[in-house]
Ligand binder design. Structure first.
Ligand code: ATP
Length: 727
């Protein structure tokens, strides 16, 4: 229903005039920002009812309209390419409202632009032709910096008597068909109605955002964080917002979205970095499938507790203690000492328990003195307490332990056999092997703690308590155990602070992305970061890399408890063309029939390409397919491969003379590293390898197959068993 180019140019010029007015007001306002903020507050206080009527019943709007806020956030927004004003709605009563990243008023306090999060902006996102909400036309302005360069309109109420011109084919399609960059962009001008509902859901309790791949879960959750900061600013700026994603690559990918919405105060962390507040360690390393599964499971809880209680060495000298008072030998044997240990550990944490344990040992020894020996109680106590053998026994029997020292003990197969009897021999071997790097003669000592270990170390800190400021010297460190401990010790970086403080940083709102991959042990780690928080949890079980879904669900249920909960399911795939998504869906439904399958919003007419090669021809096959992909798509190309091939493929892509010219566009990752990311062209290398080497198997292959925004190629190497799933 469009009109001529001249009409469009006229319309753009008219919009430009309004945008110019906004910028002019903004710079005047910035110049006297503080003063205006003060005045604004006064007006707000004295004439609140007037404001309320004008602004659709919200007191929030006014605050953001204050020029002071605007100036502060403008500094961030200036760095972005998208304009400050991006939308307009024309209402049946002829009112027009401009929507933007921040609210701006003129000197009369008349709104020139409404913040996208204000209630008055809601119809911009929610109105549809079935329910127009009084909106006749919705317009998206495409701006570069402060210049309007295009318009896209939707006529929502064709029955309204209007002569408003309508331009363009719709903003969403225009946005989706552009090539993607290396980082995620905000979608503030094209948020869809079902997404808007999740974004504006109430603050309290737990908000779950589910839906298949590419439905905008991540981007919606980030807009929700910006919305919550707007509606609960005082609480959230003080209490903090934590966003947790699967990897550092993912965090780099999303990190510009919130600043582009004017919000800088959110803490972003990869799941392997959540424990860094207490451990000083972050990890990006994945364990092999079997070990990762064991370490994620709640069975580890019992194993770690036993590990903490297991004496560091089976030294007969620690099986008994003897002191002499007035010629009488007073002693406790192993059974008595074990009982004291159990009692103390059930009352307090190990690193805080030495004093209590000492008191109990002293009392028990005092009781051993035959009653006929006459001695003042105080003197007896002093003699027992200060006895040199007791003083050397206690630190060895009740050592101060760091989390890394304790976990490192699992490198010893005998220790693992004692503390983890419930594991199968295969599981136990995988667990022990995963710590082989700790031994001094392991070639790969640089491997370090894995992502799954971080949650275990965090749990251990919760069990052990902090290391006291001035731990007594650990006299027990001799022999073989000492070697293991020494290596762990080198990696020990726990911060030492007041032992009575809760050691973790906590937040008022925690947003967890790719929640389906969070293992039960990781949920416990996250819970410690938000004991009183409200939560936004984003996920898609069909993409899970943790095999025991039932266990993860239980862990999540425990987190939610009785808190109010609401679930939003997003149903449209904005990333992949239908040809790519339908192909991937065929694969996943064979192993996970209950998968949420969204409807792809676009189609390109290009079916995925299934290619094959053998190990000998891998480089030639890979080069040929990548050159073809690079010629066919603009933008990024993701090569998704099994972990065992990652180094080889990275090296090949960097060194091959023909591929080097595309180096800036090609990214080589494993399927787990590709979680949450997208590329214009995707080559999935060795699907069989991905299934075999990754926890989650076919579900993780599904992740790989759903990363493309344009084209998908699969390249089998030697085997192609996975193709049976396409039948
Ligand atoms: N309303 C929208 N307007 C424009 N682009 C959108 C919209 N919704 C989603 N997108 C785009 O679709 C792509 C997929 O979004 P996102 O990564 O948030 O999906 P997801 O559901 O988290 O995917 P996955 O589960 O596969 O990680 C992104 O490029 C995002 O910007």
């Amino acid at each position: 229903m469009s009109t001529s180019r001249a009409d469009l140019a006229r319309e753009i010029a008219a919009e430009q005039a309004h945008v110019d007015l906004v910028y002019a007001n903004l710079s005047t306002a910035s110049a006297s920002a503080k003063e205006l903020a003060r005045q604004g507050r006064e007006i707000f206080m004295s004439d609140r009812t007037n404001f309320l009527r004008e602004e659709d019943g919200t007191a929030l709007f006014e605050r953001d309209a204050f020029a002071y806020q605007a100036a502060r956030r403008m500094a961030t927004l200036e760095a972005e390419h998208e304009g400050l004003v991006f939308g307009r709605i024309d209402l049946t009563d002829l009112e027009k409202r401009y929507i933007g990243r921040i609210g701006v008023r003129d000197e009369e306090y008349e709104p020139l632009v409404i913040d996208w999060r204000a209630p008055a902006a809601e119809p911009f996102y929610r109105a549809t032709s079935n329910t127009p909400m009084g909106v006749v036309r919705r317009r998206v302005l495409r701006c570069r910096d402060d210049k309007v360069i295009g318009l896209e309109d939707d006529l929502l109420d064709s029955s309204a008597e209007t002569d408003l011109p309508i331009f363009g084919e719709g903003a969403l399609m225009a946005a989706l068909s552009r090539a993607r960059g290396r980082t995620m962009r905000d979608i503030v001008s094209t948020i869809q109605a079902e997404q808007d509902e999740a974004i504006r859901a109430p603050y309290r309790g737990v908000t779950i955002i589910s839906g298949g791949p590419g439905t905008g879960k991540t981007v919606v959750a980030l807009h929700r964080a910006a919305y919550l900061l707007y509606t609960n600013r005082a609480r959230l700026e003080k209490g903090g917002v934590l966003v947790v994603g699967p990897s550092d690559v993912f965090i780099n990918y999303i990190e510009r979205v919130l600043p582009s919405l004017g919000e800088e105060s959110v803490v972003l962390k990869a799941i392997g970095g959540v424990g860094s507040d207490v451990l000083g360690i972050t990890s990006e390393r994945y364990d092999e499938a079997e070990a990762a599964t064991v370490k994620g499971s709640l069975a580890m809880l019992r194993i770690l507790r036993r590990l903490v209680r297991l004496p560091l060495r089976d030294d007969p000298a620690l099986h008994r203690v003897r002191v002499t008072v007035k010629g009488e030998v007073l002693g406790l044997d192993k059974g008595e000492l074990d009982r004291i240990r159990d009692q103390v550990l059930s009352a307090t944490k190990l690193n805080r328990g030495r004093t209590m344990a000492t008191d109990q040992v002293v009392t028990a020894l005092m009781r051993k003195l035959p009653s006929e020996i006459s001695i003042e109680r105080d003197e007896l106590e002093e003699q027992v307490r200060d006895h040199p053998s007791l003083r050397s026994f206690l630190p060895a029997w009740w050592p101060t332990l760091t989390a890394t020292q304790v976990l490192a003990r699992l490198a010893d197969a005998d220790v693992a056999a004692k503390v983890a009897p419930e594991l199968s021999p295969l599981q136990r071997a995988a667990l022990v092997d995963s710590y082989a790097w700790l031994s001094d003669d392991d070639a790969d000592q640089s491997r370090g703690w894995s992502i799954a270990d971080i949650a275990l170390l965090d749990e251990l800190i919760a069990v052990l308590g902090r290391v006291p400021d001035d731990p007594e010297p650990d006299l027990f460190l001799t022999g073989n155990v000492a070697e293991v401990v020494t290596m762990a010790d080198r990696l020990r970086t726990e911060k030492v602070v007041d032992p009575d403080d809760d050691p973790q940083s906590t937040y008022a709102h925690v947003l967890v992305d790719e929640g389906q991959d969070v293992t039960p042990m990781q949920w416990r780690m996250l819970r410690r970061r938000g004991p009183h928080a409200s939560w936004t949890i984003v996920g898609d079980p069909a993409q899970s890399s943790y095999p025991d879904q039932a266990e993860t669900t239980r862990a999540l249920e425990e987190l939610i408890g009785h808190a109010p909960r609401r679930t939003f399911t997003l149903s449209t795939n904005y990333r992949s063309p239908s040809e790519v998504f339908d192909f991937a869906a065929r694969v996943v439904t064979k192993v996970f029939p209950e998968a949420e399958l969204p409807r792809a919003v676009r189609s390109t007419g290009v079916e995925p390409l299934l290619a094959a090669t053998d190990s000998a021809g891998l480089h030639d096959g890979l080069r040929a397919q990548l050159l073809e992909l690079a010629a066919r798509v603009q933008g990024t190309i993701g090569v998704i491969c099994p972990p065992s091939r990652l180094n080889e493929v990275q090296l090949f892509v960097m060194s091959d003379p023909r591929l080097r010219e595309f180096e800036a566009r090609i990214i080589v990752v494993t399927a787990l590293q590709a979680k949450g990311l997208e590329y214009d062209g995707v080559l999935v290398l060795s699907p069989d390898g991905i299934v075999a080497e990754t926890p989650g198997g076919v579900r993780v292959l599904y992740v790989a197959l759903t990363r493309a925004t344009q084209r998908l190629v699969t390249l089998d190497v030697d085997t192609q068993d996975w193709r049976r799933l396409l039948a």
